[in-house]
Write a protein that binds this ligand. Structure first.
Ligand code: 6PG
Length: 509
């Protein structure tokens, strides 16, 4: 089809899986797109898809073969969306846009999983050339097509231009129930409900929040995977039986997208063997880095996020397949447990509560991390809004996010989610089952790092006294690092002269 020259609302660069689907979503919502990718096949692919889906009289997507053509095809000031891999490709595209004559009042929106500090640096680096805005996107291929969760940040002026577009294409939530409003057909547009797109803050803030979203995603996935492992290797249930249990759980408190897709994966039979695919998938996990960044940031900020970090470690240890195969023949575990049918049933119930409690802790870790990072970087984050835009569209979407929204609406300054009355009550009612589930996994010899690290986190948070008293003593012994005393005034430092026979305590300051 020959395409007449029409000035488009939005330029789009990067037509991979996410890009292509975002373009079609924008088109459904009435925006004309000038689309460009270094690979011409991808440009033709999105034009063809638009032709198949478009029910209006004129094309909605216009293909471009260069950066210059892209700019010439847009209404000024230009609004350009990037969907390219994080890192060097983002800078490459920015430089190419400069070469093609982008103007200082043009806006470029980076929708990739960029490292938040890179976004801060880029906004500054390119400010005389164009306005770099960022908006992390969650939801994968289907989310991008029918409504993702969007985490925009950067110049408030740019947000005034981006907001109507972002609110139109994002997922929507029924404000009464907190549940997603379904949209799954090309051409379908949802105008009611609360959009899962909210301005997060200055440059970098949105990518930071998306990074933590992914950290929580890692933890949530790992918790579900540990439950699968325990049911499979500990209780001897097969993938289909586990899918039945997960499906039941997904109709209750554990309702989430990740639980839903786990059921689908567990039920899937390989077309060539006819057996459950999950038993054929190699147990080595990949990772692109956002979980690692979250864990690293938690260490830098000094905010414990052990369940998120544990989920990253679990992926790393899975990659040592050869070592594990060798160690399996050397290192001894417990004898297989013989459980009665009733004991198995009881254990399954305990495991349900363990998943729920561990999940609360993973979210508590992520939200506290965002709070402390925001303080460090001078951002004012609205946690109720963040929980709100995660209720639909994104990978961690779950009914549970409505409870988090309500907790932060009750107290926007909550230090830790677990201190909210609702969450404290949930944990107190279920903690015994959680402990039993972790004990069970330990006795089966099944690794349960996420479930147990969350329990340890819970016990640490609720412990008025921790053994850091002995630790301070050790530090003072070998390094004269000093300690404070509970029976003396706050802030006074003491040191014991450990190497002398008198071992006198002296006041340091
Ligand atoms: C999302 C996903 C998305 C992607 C991550 C995870 O929110 O849509 O988190 O960003 O799937 O890159 O990737 P890894 O598991 O490979 O780290």
């Amino acid at each position: 089809m020959t395409q007449d020259k029409v000035l488009c609302d939005i330029g789009f660069i990067g037509l991979g899986v996410m890009g292509k689907n975002l373009v079609l979503n924008l088109a459904d919502n009435g925006f004309n797109i000038a689309a460009f990718d270094l690979c011409d096949e991808k440009v033709q692919g999105v034009i063809e898809q638009d032709r198949l889906e478009n029910t209006t009289a004129s094309p909605r997507v216009y293909g471009c073969s260069s950066y210059t053509e892209l700019l010439s095809q847009l209404k000024a000031p230009h609004l350009i969306v990037l969907s390219v891999p994080a890192g060097a490709p983002v800078d490459q595209v920015c430089e190419n846009l400069i070469g093609a004559g982008i103007q200082p009042d043009d806006i470029v929106i980076d929708t990739g999983n960029s490292l938040w500090v890179d976004t801060v640096a880029r906004e500054n680096k390119y400010k005389s050339n164009f306005l770099l805005f960022s908006s992390a996107v969650s939801g994968g291929e289907v989310g991008a097509r029918f409504g993702p969760s969007l985490m925009p940040s950067g110049s408030p002026y740019a947000w005034t231009r981006v907001k109507p577009i972002w609110e139109a294409i994002s997922a929507k939530v029924d404000p009464q129930t907190g549940k997603p409003i379904e949209r799954n057909q090309p051409g379908q547009v949802i105008t009611e409900g609360e959009p899962c797109a909210a301005y997060i803050g200055p440059a970098g803030a949105g990518h930071y929040v998306k990074m933590v979203h992914n950290g929580i995603e890692y933890a949530d996935m790992q918790i579900i995977c540990e439950a699968f492992h325990i049911l499979n290797a500990g209780l001897g249930l097969n993938a289909t039986e586990i899918a039945d249990i997960f499906e039941q759980w997904n109709n209750g408190l554990l309702d989430s997208y990740l639980m839903e897709i786990s059921v689908e994966v567990l039920r899937h039979k390989s077309s060539d063997t006819g057996t459950t695919l999950v038993d054929l998938i190699l147990d080595k996990a990949g990772q692109k880095g956002t979980g690692l960044w979250t864990a690293m940031s938690s260490l830098e900020v000094g905010c414990p996020a052990p369940t998120i970090a544990q989920a990253v470690y679990a992926r790393s240890i899975s990659s040592f397949k050869e070592l594990r195969t060798q160690a399996a023949t050397i290192l001894v575990g417990p004898n297989p447990a013989e459980l009665s049918a009733q004991e198995k049933q009881d254990y399954i119930e305990q495991l349900h509560d363990a998943i729920y409690c561990a999940k609360m802790c993973a979210y508590a870790q992520g939200f506290q991390l965002m709070k402390l990072a925001a303080k460090e970087h001078g951002w004012t984050l609205n946690f109720a809004n963040i929980a709100k835009i995660w209720r639909a569209g994104c990978i961690i979407r779950a009914t549970f996010l409505q409870s988090i929204t309500q907790a932060y609406e009750r107290n926007s300054d909550l230090d830790n989610l677990l201190l909210d009355d609702f969450f404290a009550k949930q944990l107190s009612e279920r903690q015994l089952n959680w402990r039993k589930a972790v004990c069970g996994a330990t006795m089966f010899g099944i690794p349960s790092g996420a479930l147990s690290s969350a329990l340890s986190y819970y016990d640490s948070i609720r412990s008025e006294t921790l053994p850091a008293n002995l630790l301070q003593g050790q530090r003072d012994f070998f390094g004269a690092h000093t300690f404070e005393r509970v029976d003396k005034a706050d802030g006074k430092k003491y040191h014991v002269q450990w190497s002398t026979t008198e071992r006198k305590t002296v006041v340091i300051g």
